[in-house]
Design a protein around this ligand. Sequence first.
Ligand code: DX5
Ligand code: ZN
Length: 231
Amino acid sequence: MSSTIIAPSILAADFSRLGDEVESVVRAGADWIHLDIMDGHFVPNITFGPAIVKALRQRTCRPFDCHLMIAPADNYIAAFADAGCDIITVHAEAGPHLDRTLQMIRSLGRRAGVSLNPSTPEQIIEYIIDRVDLVLLMTVNPGFGGQSFIPAVIEKIKRVRQIIGDRQIDLQVDGGISLETAPLVRAAGANVLVAGSAVFNGNSEAEYEVNIRAIRRAADQAYSLDVREAR
Ligand code: DX5
Ligand code: ZN
């Protein structure tokens, strides 16, 4: 696996200028745009829905990485697919029929992701591994940006990387990713890093570019060091 994929979360952007912020962060080097969808029920916060996603879709061709923190999710998946999401990730904790939900996402021609809260055991992944294109391990409790990274998830990342093996499945982390934690998660086996506050810190496109480059460099260095050590 090569360069780290950086997926800025627009939860930390200026919501009054969201379209411009998406364009800025893309020019600043974002690989994917991470969209945090919260319902005030599965998580104690509310963000935005498919109409906003559809409007933002006009602003960039970069993959839209949709993180659904909603329960139930099934009734809204088609709307987010129609709105232009490329990857749709649901929480394993959000519904009783995860296998069916993942099949639904793929049947709509979208990449299917599954997310686990920090306290959810990773063994569940083994049962749906052939139905997913991405595994998202939460490194904070979902609901808010700017929280502290939970170090216990580092060992979980290693275990999920083992379960994934040679499969073409992205391993994503989300929450508290910074210059300090990016190397830790990358060395443990994550290849997609979501970052909100660490990217949007500074409120200007030039700052976003500096932030993205620094996170990517810190992660890539940790990965190549790790690979060299393993030889
Ligand atoms: C939290 C969201 C995250 C959040 C990350 O529920 O899923 O994507 O925006 O924010 P930071 O990077 O600030 O922890
Ligand atoms: Zn997220």
